[in-house]
Design a protein around this ligand. Structure first.
Ligand code: AMP
Ligand code: MN
Ligand code: MN
Ligand code: MN
Length: 278
């Protein structure tokens, strides 16, 4: 089955409006899909909460930023009740945290001689969930850097923002909100946290103990060895496999919605519960 359970719309740091993102996934032949914007459900307020869009099934999703032992990790949530209150209440707090951090990034850029960056990023985010990519796009647009990646390496890296206000939920709270609203929590892109393998196993143990259900074993373009390693970690921590492109914008060198290798049969897939309940 062609699926993509990790994508971003313009409600957070993606470029396509939610409806356009859905259309792109349908054109690509995706059968099971989720929009997982950063700390917002606004895409679903825009496209509606229908499960079926033609022949494509859409599972509600979100990507929460969370703190774990002084590091930021991303927790994906799926299949939660839209009417539930825990996730929405949590997201309202995350949103406030994003605004505070964005103001601090704007101040830091001002001290480095770049005025108006907060206003520029805010305008690009519209009423969506503001993040570092909006700053990066603004810095490219005003010529302060040549490329998006240069904006991150010079001004927006995790290191650069580490001492700014980061009012993210704890890992346990982020998982807890999703579970409280009847959903499943999945640890996003486990190999992108730049930690040792020992520390990654500690993260997975804490995640599973908090009620985490799945591990993203396929995320966009990844090195060939990653899939085997991650399916091995699924087995070890009794987690289910999830998969997504982490699509943000049409770029030739990045994964498009629905384009990814298939999963080995040996590992239980998170989406089996949804497919078998249809
Ligand atoms: P934020 O949620 O505001 O902390 O921003 C994180 C987002 O920025 C990620 O979801 C990516 O879309 C993007 N991102 C993070 N690090 C980089 C990087 N080094 N280069 C390009 N994009 C990045
Ligand atoms: Mn992003
Ligand atoms: Mn992420
Ligand atoms: Mn993502």
């Amino acid at each position: 089955m062609k699926l993509d359970l990790h994508t971003h719309s313009a409600a957070s740091d993606g470029l396509l409006a939610p409806a356009a993102l859905l259309a792109k996934a349908r054109e690509a032949g995706v059968e099971l899909f989720s929009i997982t914007d950063h700390d917002t459900l606004a895409a679903y307020d825009a496209i509606g909460h229908d499960e079926w869009h033609g022949t494509m099934r859409v599972v509600p999703g979100v990507e929460l930023s969370a703190q774990w032992r002084g590091q930021v990790v991303h927790v994906l949530g799926y299949g939660f009740d839209h009417a539930g209150g825990a996730l929405r209440a949590g997201i309202a707090v995350q949103r406030q945290g994003r605004e505070e951090r964005a103001a601090a990034i704007g101040e830091a850029l001002k001290r480095r001689g770049i005025d108006g960056a907060f206003e520029g990023a805010r305008a690009l985010a519209g009423d969506g969930s503001i993040g570092r990519p909006h700053f990066a796009r603004h810095l490219v647009a005003v010529g302060a850097v040549r490329t998006f990646d240069e904006a991150f390496s010079r001004y927006l890296s995790d290191r650069a923002t580490a001492r700014m206000p980061q009012r993210w939920a704890t890992l346990a709270d982020a998982v807890g909100w999703i579970v409280a609203d009847g959903g499943q929590a999945v640890l996003a892109h486990p190999l992108k946290y730049q930690c040792t393998r020992t520390r990654l196993r500690e993260l997975l143990a804490d995640f599973a103990a908090a009620g985490g259900r799945g591990l993203e074993v396929l995320c966009g373009r990844q090195p060939p060895h990653a899939l085997a390693e991650l399916t091995g970690l699924c087995a070890r921590f009794e987690l289910e496999a999830s998969a997504g492109s982490d699509f943000h914008a049409p770029e030739a060198w990045l994964a498009s919605p629905g384009v990814m290798p298939s999963l080995p049969e040996s590992v239980p897939a998170l989406w089996e519960r949804w497919v078998s309940s249809s």
